[in-house]
Write a new protein. Structure first.
Length: 160
């Protein structure tokens, strides 16, 4: 019911109420499924290793170090020759391999994430019997780290 004495105030209250509701809904959706906030693009940039650091022990250039984070694959005992690959979910509904983020499954598979890629997704880990081999398991989908120096650990359970 509009306030006939102060119609401008009533409109302002309605607009403010709608804006608050939209903010709450948007935040809730983002918390429940963060990939809605920032999606990985169809043409992902190459996944670089962090630029190499100088071999000297001088820490004076620490401010010029690249900003980044890491993702780590956690997998139980994997068969010999197992191959890990990060995949991104395309708009076509299919998972696509990230070229630079794949290799033999080791005790610790860790990849560097550039700051420009923070909080993008959805991604997942896939473990195959070898390059292009049978898929042995995948992780739940995840979003890349959000903060510098963050390490995101993602677990993959292999089928028996």
């Amino acid at each position: 019911m509009l306030n006939k004495k102060h119609p401008g105030v009533t409109r302002a209250v309605i607009i403010l109420t709608v804006a608050i509701a939209m903010t709450i809904i948007g935040t809730t959706v983002g918390l429940l499924w963060p990939p809605l906030l920032t999606k990985a693009g169809a043409t992902l940039p190459p996944r670089d290793e962090p630029p190499s650091q100088s071999d000297d022990d001088d820490d004076s250039d620490r401010d010029s170090d690249p900003v980044g984070a890491y993702i780590v694959l956690q997998v139980g005992a994997a068969p010999a020759g197992a191959w890990g690959v990060v995949q991104w979910l395309g708009a076509d509904g299919n998972w696509h391999d990230v070229e630079g983020w794949q290799g033999p499954v080791q005790v610790s598979n860790r990849w560097w994430v550039a700051a420009k890629d923070f909080n993008t997704g959805p991604f997942r880990w896939a473990v195959n019997s070898g390059p292009g081999g049978e898929q042995l398991g995948t992780s739940e989908s995840f979003t890349l780290p959000q903060f510098p120096n963050e390490t995101l650990s993602v677990r993959v359970s292999l089928s028996n």
